[in-house]
Design a protein around this ligand. Structure first.
Ligand SMILES: [Mg+2]
Length: 229
C-alpha cells in the first residue's frame, strides 16, 4: 500500500489569489487589519502560521491570536463560499488525468497534506473541479502551526482510518515549495516536488527532493514515480 499526501495550492490547483482574498476578509473582520499581508510570502506556510506572523507584526499577542483562529477559519470559509464560484480556479496541468488514473489503483490511499485550514481545503478543490471526497485522509494547517509536524499526524490518521501500517517508507508527499520538501524530510517520507506553483524547478532542486517535476502532465511517468518501490 502507498499513502500519497498532496499539497493543494500550486500542486493540485491554482486559486488565482482567491485564497488570499478570503484571508484578508477574515483578518479584517476579526482583527480590524490585515497587517503586512501585501508583502507577505504565504507559500508553504500553514494558515495559523500566516495569521500569527501577520497579527504579531501589528502588535497582537500570540495567545490572543491563537484564541481567535477558529473564528478566522469560519470567516475564511464563509467568504470562500461567496467568492470561489466567481473566481477562475483550476487544476494544475495533468492533475485531473493523474487522479483519474490513481483512482483505479487498489494499492493507493489518496490524502491531503496542506497548510490550508480544514474548512477551506475541500472548498478550494471543489472550486477547481476536483472532488475532495476522493482524498480519504486529510491533515491540515489547522492541525498544527508547524508544517513539519503534519506528516506524522497524517500517517497516524491514515493508519487509524485504513487499518494499514503506513510509515515514512510507504508514504509520499507531493508539493510545490521548499517547505513541502522540508516537511517530507521531517516526516522521513519520500519528497516529490513539482514546479507548478511559485517556485522554479531550479529553486526546488536546491532542497534535494527525491523526485522533481516541472509539472504533473506526463501522467504515466508521474504515476510510476509515485508508486515506485
Ligand atoms: Mg503549495
Amino acid at each position: 500500500m502507498r499513502l500519497l499526501l498532496f499539497d493543494i495550492d500550486g500542486t493540485l490547483i491554482r486559486s488565482q489569489g482567491a485564497g488570499r482574498e478570503t484571508l484578508a476578509y477574515a483578518l479584517e473582520q476579526v482583527f480590524g487589519t490585515v497587517g503586512p499581508l501585501a508583502d507577505y510570502h504565504m507559500s508553504g506556510k500553514t494558515d495559523p502560521r500566516i495569521v500569527l506572523d501577520l497579527m504579531t507584526a501589528v502588535g497582537f499577542a500570540p495567545d490572543e491570536i491563537t484564541t481567535r483562529l477558529p473564528q478566522v477559519y469560519e470567516l475564511m470559509a464563509a467568504r470562500a463560499r461567496e467568492i470561489f464560484p466567481h473566481r477562475d480556479m483550476h487544476p494544475c496541468p495533468g492533475v485531473p488525468e493523474m487522479l483519474a488514473t490513481l483512482h483505479h489503483h487498489e494499492g493507493v490511499v489518496l490524502g491531503l497534506l496542506t497548510g490550508n485550514a480544514h474548512l477551506t481545503a475541500p472548498m478550494k478543490l471543489s472550486a477547481a473541479g476536483i472532488d475532495p471526497v476522493q482524498f480519504k485522509v486529510g491533515v491540515y494547517g489547522s492541525d498544527a502551526l508547524d508544517r513539519n509536524l503534519l506528516p506524522a499526524i497524517g500517517i497516524e490518521r491514515a493508519n487509524q482510518l485504513t487499518g494499514h501500517e503506513f510509515s515514512g517508507y510507504n508514504t509520499v508527499i507531493i508539493g510545490d515549495t521548499p517547505a513541502d520538501i522540508l516537511c517530507a524530510r521531517a516526516g522521513k517520507v519520500t519528497a516529490v516536488a513539482v514546479a507548478s506553483g511559485w517556485h522554479s524547478a531550479a529553486t526546488l532542486a536546491k532542497y534535494q527532493p527525491d523526485h522533481l517535476f516541472e509539472n504533473l502532465a506526463d501522467t504515466q511517468t508521474v504515476i510510476e514515480t509515485l508508486l515506485a518501490k
